[in-house]
Design a protein around this ligand. Structure first.
Ligand SMILES: Cc1cc2nc3c(=O)[nH]c(=O)nc-3n(C[C@H](O)[C@H](O)[C@H](O)COP(=O)(O)OP(=O)(O)OC[C@H]3O[C@@H](n4cnc5c(N)ncnc54)[C@H](O)[C@@H]3O)c2cc1C
Length: 382
């Protein structure tokens, strides 16, 4: 009988595993993949998460591996600078967003979990069933060889991603859906003059974003209207970048290319009996704004003390679980609204709309409102 079983060893499940190990709980993190996913998704680690990494003993490692983004530049048509957003006041200790590909972040989390609780991360096991046994929950696991096993825990946490089987087993809806916006992203050697700045370029054709990555690379993301360019070659992306910004990017040196759609979902409950949902299993927000993974870490950070108290036999009142759920659902709701605002600011527009958009954004980047925007972009409100 474990104190906690965490289903899903993605960035959020392994982060929670590290917290449970530090609290001295008996737990397992169950992950169906034999190896971590190599496809890069998230890159931005926000200040609140950086404090969390520091507490996990990973502060120096993430700093050494990542690139600090201290400001974002906003460009308009003809690469005219509309303004800048400084993250100077975002946090006294971490006045920046750290750029680190999710693959590397997950490697660091996996390594830390192994060091804190050897063997707690079990790979190649798929959770097939969840059964409520009153005083505990029992999971049915399928191993790589097809054998079925039972595992019991007093609390179970679903961190199994947006297609969560546990959320379905608990008969919870996942209201939301797909937006019409489509994007193409790719990583290339950084041939721009932008250094460690993030740059958002808003032109009539739609947004072009770029962010520095470790290893002298830069991540580019462009809005492609309603077209999902699944079969695109790197040159399709670099042509769009050149057309919108005038910047040459070496297509032949592309390191990663991916077309993606964006969705929004929010589960009606994040805690039911002995089951809690965190990360993408509980909420999906559009990645435009880079918040999903950070939101999941905040779920984990705030859930761990409740799980620890429950494991130590302390009574956690139903009102406390409800408060946790309400706070986390509110954060996810706000993050989704913010991401929607980001997406709508980056859609293709007419020439007249472009002029109005540039005027509006230049105003928003003025001295009174820019610090508020910087707070929003560094997730201080969540
Ligand atoms: C293009 C793109 C860019 C993004 N950029 C950012 C960004 O800059 N910043 C940010 O914060 N977020 C970003 N995100 C979002 C971020 O990638 C996700 O929010 C994050 O991966 C969610 O982590 P998770 O651990 O909750 O879920 P997942 O990463 O989906 O992990 C879930 C894990 O559970 C495992 N699993 C599933 N079912 C089972 C089962 N039955 N048994 C055992 N294991 C199971 C899966 O194999 C998987 O490893 C981006 C997303 C995309 C698509």
């Amino acid at each position: 009988m474990l104190d906690v079983a965490v289903v899903g060893g993605g960035p959020v499940g392994t982060y929670l595993g590290c917290l449970l190990a530090q609290a001295g709980l008996s737990f397992a993190v169950l992950e169906r993949r034999t190896q971590p996913l190599q496809h890069s998704r998230a890159i931005g680690i926000h200040p609140r998460a950086l404090h969390g990494f520091s507490r996990l003993g990973l502060g120096d490692a993430v700093q050494a591996a990542g690139v600090t983004i201290r400001r974002g530049l906003l460009l308009g048509e003809g690469s005219r600078v509309l303004g800048e957003l400084s993250f100077r006041a975002a946090d006294p200790r971490f006045p920046y967003i750290l750029s680190l590909p999710q693959v590397q972040t997950e490697q660091l989390l996996n390594g830390r979990l192994d060091a804190l609780a050897p063997g707690a991360l079990r790979r190649s096991v798929t959770v097939r069933q969840l059964k409520d046994c009153g005083s505990h929950l029992t999971l049915t696991l399928e191993t790589a060889s097809g054998q079925l096993e039972q595992l019991s825990a007093r609390q179970v946490v679903a961190a199994d991603g947006w297609r969560s089987a546990l959320r379905e087993a608990a008969d919870l809806d996942f209201p939301g859906g797909l937006y019409a916006d489509r994007y193409l992203m790719g990583d290339f050697p950084d041939t721009t003059p932008f250094g460690q700045d993030a740059v958002i370029s808003l032109t009539q054709g739609g947004v072009t974003e770029c962010f520095p990555l470790p290893g002298g690379l830069r991540r580019w993301v462009v809005h492609t209207g309603c077209d999902l360019l699944t079969d695109a070659e790197p040159a399709a992306l670099t042509d769009i970048i050149r057309e919108r910004t005038g910047l040459p990017v070496p297509a032949s040196e592309c390191r990663m290319l991916s077309a993606f759609t964006v969705r929004r979902h929010l589960a009606p409950r994040m805690h039911l009996g002995r089951l809690s949902l965190i990360g993408d299993a509980a909420h999906v927000v559009s990645p435009i704004g880079g918040q999903g993974m950070n939101l999941g870490w905040l779920d984990a950070e705030t859930l761990a003390p409740l799980l620890t108290r429950a494991a130590r036999g302390e009574q956690v009142a139903p009102a406390e679980w409800r408060r946790w759920e309400q706070t986390r659902r509110r954060s996810a709701w706000m993050a989704a609204r913010q991401a929607e605002a980001n997406m709508s600011a980056g859609r293709p527009v007419t020439a007249a709309q472009q002029q109005a958009r540039e005027a509006l954004l230049t105003g928003l980047l003025g001295p009174r409102t820019a610090p508020l925007l910087a707070s929003a972009f560094t997730m201080r409100w969540l």
